[in-house]
Design a protein around this ligand. Structure first.
Ligand code: ZN
Length: 352
């Protein structure tokens, strides 16, 4: 057996050395290392070796296999036409391929920033489906049949009463059905409305909604949370204004404004990149001279919504708010056209 091993090693090394091209080398590889090759056969014949010698013979065959494999590997790059011949053609003097490192889209960045503020207040992130049914998108949220948002012109209807959600509020209902208070959640996501696209409208945009539910939540809690949010996003000196409004799913409801980040003099320091001329409140392009900008809608959850999800409306209280992410990003970064977010112009995206 030992002689045979030595013999095979000798002939294999010779044949490898003599192989003139990749074809000959491959033939030799099959002859020695193939499934029915000579070295493979040696392993199969181990049964005929005396038990006392098996360990030693096994070692010899293993080292034979290693030696021969290495001889093949050493020889391969020197031959043309083989399977590794491509390796030979690499010109190491050519400049490398630079892989550009990407970064978050301004919308993703804004969503993370908004959610980050509420996470620091103990909110958890929850997400839900973009294809909804009328129950979750409207009925459970106390939106009556005659409400204009249920019109076919104001919602993307799919077949069989399915639709593309027009707000992220259905996720509030889905979450409340499966969880008991107390809880505080934020819901980021895409929403769809068949609006004609222009500088301030898009048929798809993003929202972040918030919902906090417990047995003793007051309007002052809502004010506190939103004031903290606005200051984190737009600067410590931001002033807040709550205007009475109406939403079917909250009562009372409010539109929430912040003091204009362009023309409010004391806030100039937070937006250093803007030209000085734009800070004149009489011709402010952002607020039209009003001094206030609407940023979101909010309110105390309507007891009917609690009843719809099986909570006791007498004992449950909560606040909810919802904002457009594009609107926040436009204000924060001084962007003039919502379409820029979705055109994927690399020159625009590189600025963030
Ligand atoms: Zn202004």
């Amino acid at each position: 057996m030992r002689d045979k091993i030595r013999e095979i090693e000798k002939s294999a090394i010779e044949e490898i050395a003599l192989a003139a091209d990749a074809g000959a080398l491959e033939k030799a590889r099959v002859k020695y290392l193939g499934r029915k090759g000579l070295i493979t056969e040696l392993f199969k014949n181990m049964g005929g070796v005396f038990p006392a010698d098996r360990a030693e013979v096994g070692k010899l065959i293993n080292s034979l296999k290693e030696t021969v494999s290495k001889a093949f590997d050493d020889k391969t790059p020197g031959l043309s036409g083989g399977r590794d011949s491509k390796a030979q053609k690499i010109d190491i003097t050519l400049p490398g391929i630079v892989r550009e490192v990407g970064h978050l889209h301004p919308i993703s960045k804004t969503i993370e920033e908004i959610c980050g503020v509420f996470i620091s207040l103990g909110f958890k992130i929850v997400e839900g489906p973009e294809i909804e049914n009328e129950h979750y998108n409207f009925e459970a949220l106390n939106i009556p049949l005659e409400h204009p948002s249920r019109d076919a012109f104001d919602t993307f209807y799919l077949a069989d009463k399915w639709l593309l959600r027009s707000h992220t509020s259905p996720v509030q209902v889905r979450f409340m059905e499966k969880n008991k208070p107390p809880f505080a959640i934020v819901i980021p996501g895409k929403v769809y409305r068949p609006d004609a696209t222009d500088a301030s409208h898009s048929f798809m945009f993003h929202q972040v909604e918030g919902l906090a539910v417990s047995d003793n939540i007051k309007f002052s809690d809502l004010k506190g949370a939103l004031t903290l949010f606005a200051r984190q996003m737009f600067g410590e000196k931001i002033k807040m204004r709550f205007r009475p409004s109406f939403f079917p799913f909250t009562e009372p409801s409010a539109e929430v404004d912040i003091s204009c980040i362009l023309c409010s003099n004391e806030l100039r320091s937070t937006i250093p990149a803007l030209p000085a001329g734009r800070h004149d409140s009489r011709k402010c392009s952002l607020c039209g001279g009003k001094g206030w900008i609407e940023i979101l809608g909010a309110g105390m959850v309507n007891p009917k919504v609690f009843k719809n999800v099986g909570y006791n409306p007498e004992k449950t209280t909560g606040f909810a708010f919802g904002m457009g992410v594009e609107r926040i990003a436009i204000l924060k970064y001084g962007i003039t056209d919502i379409r820029m977010f979705f055109e994927n112009d690399i020159r625009f995206l590189r600025q963030f």
